[in-house]
Design a protein around this ligand. Structure first.
Ligand code: BG6
Ligand code: MG
Length: 224
């Protein structure tokens, strides 16, 4: 079990951790699922979190029992349609949309000399950081196009630690998705869940309110 004093850096997911873009992803996928005649439910919504764009489409098709219905070109078209809709939704983001306490947490990490990197599966992450005016906090971002495997595979979290020259064991990983927590755990980082502890059951600790994400509270949880 990692000790708090061993932690030197934090690897962040973006969507659903720093801001509520998870709701925009869900809205855009819901619209596409409806168009394709696939029933939307909570299980599908939760399972989609953290998955790459194509993996998300594949899960929706599977959920509707129509995984063999479309060829690659058609799938590409549907994924692009979702992304166009999503990109439109994120235009409205401003720094006011940063989750409560997260800017303070980023500043606490910066002041404490912790290293930070971004492990988001989203190709839209740089645009979102710009809207939130957080670009300066994340000089190190894993390029999702460089990945061989998406979450729940640990690859993105291992790369995020490498980018800041740390061992995975020296990193905390923040995630709102079941797939993301699985990836952090498999990377041997300490997993910090943002959301519902009944859903993020595998996380080392869970915060239901981002206001409570502080180094002091993380330390308390690690010493439990
Ligand atoms: C993740 C989201 O951060 O990024 C997923 O949790 C999303 O819902 C994935 O599918 C890929 O994002 P994008 O913006 O490249 O389609
Ligand atoms: Mg997320």
């Amino acid at each position: 079990m990692t000790k708090f004093n061993d932690i030197k850096g934090v690897v962040f997911d973006l969507d659903g951790v720093i801001t509520d873009t998870a709701r925009f992803h869900a809205q855009a996928w819901h619209a596409l699922a409806t168009e394709l005649g696939v029933k939307w439910d909570d299980e599908l919504a939760s399972g989609l979190k953290g998955l790459s764009r194509m993996d998300s489409l594949e899960l929706i098709l599977k959920h509707g029992g129509i995984e063999a219905k479309y060829n690659d070109e058609e799938k590409q078209r549907y994924a692009t349609e979702k992304n166009t809709n999503y990109k439109h939704l994120i235009q409205q983001l401003t720094p006011d949309d940063i989750y409560p306490g997260m800017k303070e947490f980023l500043n606490e990490l910066k002041d404490g000399g912790y290293k930070m990197s971004l492990a988001s599966a989203s190709k839209n992450a740089p645009t979102i950081l710009e809207h939130l005016e957080l670009t300066d906090y994340f000089k190190k971002i894993v390029d999702p196009a460089s990945l061989h495997r998406g979450k729940p595979d640990p690859e993105i979290f291992i790369k995020a630690a490498e980018l800041i020259d740390l061992k995975p064991e020296e990193c905390l990983g923040l995630e709102d998705a079941v797939a993301g927590i699985a990836g952090i755990n498999a990377a041997h980082e300490t997993s910090v869940g943002i959301g519902d502890s009944d859903v993020l059951t595998e996380a080392d600790m869970v915060f239901s309110n981002t206001k409570n994400v502080t180094l002091e509270n993380i330390k308390t949880n690690m010493e439990k």
